[in-house]
Ligand binder design. Structure first.
Ligand code: AMO
Length: 427
């Protein structure tokens, strides 16, 4: 057995013998006594080395070990008020499993201060920092919270192809791939497939998978590969879809904040109350223009406009009833120039967009044409609309945008283990 206890398990004991394993976070030598701070995923343990107890040879050997080396220590745990952690381990034996070279390209014991590039270059080391790890524990808990709601609501988890022949969002932001003798692309969104599944009678589906966008802009909110959480439900309208989404967000936050590692993030976040406020696009426009901006009806919100809205609204809110012309072809038209589309916002940031969909073949084709799309290249999708397609609604939620908001990190790259941005393909 490599270890008998994690540092956290050991911290609860007094007088028992344990074997703990991890990385050397720090070593301090004070004459005839030395302290090795051992780190594992669960916390820290102080190994107290007393020269007279472990012998000159061993004392010399252990105090020469380098930071970030991997060791196992066997010894007695004892509670002590002198140690910062409230306990210490008096090792009888230290086994070196892997010696770390010096100097380290990135200090692990230092607080996060290195620039993003250096951090990502040395990501395996950066991820050893407890406050960096805490972001990924939150990410995992966020996913658990959302999955739980979707399962309770009877959604089936599915996976749809990521190598596809056509654009989903009808845009140009596609990565081409060679597919034997054919040209193919990496999918931007499972949109068309999740809708087809409504025609297949799956009733409620969700997918949590990568989405690829060849967007050129290099911002703190955009990735070229992100995780899209997509849901689609039948015999449902935009309001039904929003209700599931806000429940999912609420539960995600609940799970994230109740984990003890969340404290590492120094963030005081309350579980939001639902329902979130809904305002229509027109109401949002009025708010923005009443604050001195001159936004025309039918325009998308500028960064400046969203800033104003973010100041006026609660943390989470929906913008509903969007002009049809600025939403994708698949949203359901409503009252002539409007649609049943919505966006979920957090202050000035878009978190998710969704809609009740247009399930009427003729109308769908007409909207496609009006947006300059060729219905022929969407034949595989459109076929599902002529043999029995129920009314349906759904949404797509960017996981990393949600993780950003919940953990409070400022750069979306910090929410991905190995981010893909405009310039980065390695590691
Ligand atoms: P949309 O294109 O708005 O909608 O994307 C949905 C959500 O995905 C996230 N997102 C991104 N996150 C990081 N980097 C990016 N480059 C990026 N692009 C998008 C955002 C966004 O709100 N098919 C529709 C969804 C639907 O109607 O069901 C769609 O993809 O959080």
């Amino acid at each position: 057995m490599f270890r008998t206890h994690t540092t956290k398990e050991a911290s609860k004991l007094d007088g028992e013998e344990v074997k703990v394993c991890g990385w050397i976070h720090d070593i301090r030598v004070l004459g005839r006594i030395a302290f090795i701070i051992l780190r594992d995923r669960y916390g820290f343990a102080q190994l107290t080395l007393i020269k007279s107890l472990i012998g000159n040879e061993n004392f010399k050997k252990y105090t020469k070990l380098t930071r970030e080396s991997v060791i196992c220590a066997r010894g007695k745990v004892q509670k002590t008020e002198q140690a910062k952690l409230g306990f210490e381990i008096l090792p009888e034996e230290i086994e070196v499993l892997n010696q770390a070279e010096t100097p380290l390209p990135l200090g692990v014991a230092d607080k996060v201060s290195a620039d993003m590039e250096t951090r990502i270059e040395n990501r395996f080391l950066d991820l050893r920092k407890p406050e960096v790890l805490a972001v990924f524990i939150a990410r995992s808990n966020i996913l658990r919270g959302i999955r739980e709601i979707l399962s309770e609501e009877n959604f089936i988890e599915v996976h749809t192809p990521k190598i596809v022949a056509t654009a989903t969002e009808g845009g140009t932001e596609l990565f081409p791939v060679k597919y034997f003798e054919k040209d193919a692309f990496l999918n931007q969104s499972p949109q068309l497939y999740k809708q087809i599944l409504m025609g297949s009678g799956f009733d409620k589906v969700f997918e949590i998978a990568p989405a690829f966008r060849a967007e050129e802009h290099n911002t703190t909110r955009h990735l070229n590969e992100f995780i899209s959480i997509d849901a689609e439900m039948s015999f449902a309208d935009d309001e039904d879809a929003m209700r599931i989404l806000e429940k999912g967000i609420q539960n995600a936050i609940k799970y994230a904040v109740e984990d003890e590692s969340f404290e590492m993030l120094n963030r005081n976040l309350e579980v939001p109350k639902i329902p979130f406020k809904r305002i229509t696009y027109d109401e949002a426009l009025d708010i923005i223009n009443s604050r001195g901006l001159n936004m025309e009806w039918g325009e998308d919100f500028s960064t400046e406009a969203l800033k104003i809205l973010g100041e006026e609204m609660d943390d989470f809110y929906f913008i509903t009833k969007w002009p049809l012309e600025i939403k994708p072809f698949y949203v359901l038209p409503h009252e002539e120039k409007y649609s049943k589309a919505f966006d979920l916002m957090h202050r000035d940031k878009e978190l998710s967009s969704g809609a009740q969909r247009n399930h009427v073949y003729e109308s769908l084709v007409e909207v496609m044409k009006s947006k300059g799309l060729n219905p022929e290249s969407f034949e595989f999708y459109l076929r599902a609309f002529i043999f029995g397609m129920p009314p349906h609604a759904g949404w797509g939620l960017g996981l990393e945008r949600l993780v950003m908001i919940i953990t409070g990190v400022k750069n979306i790259r910090e929410c991905v283990i190995f981010p893909r941005d405009r310039t980065r393909l390695i590691p």
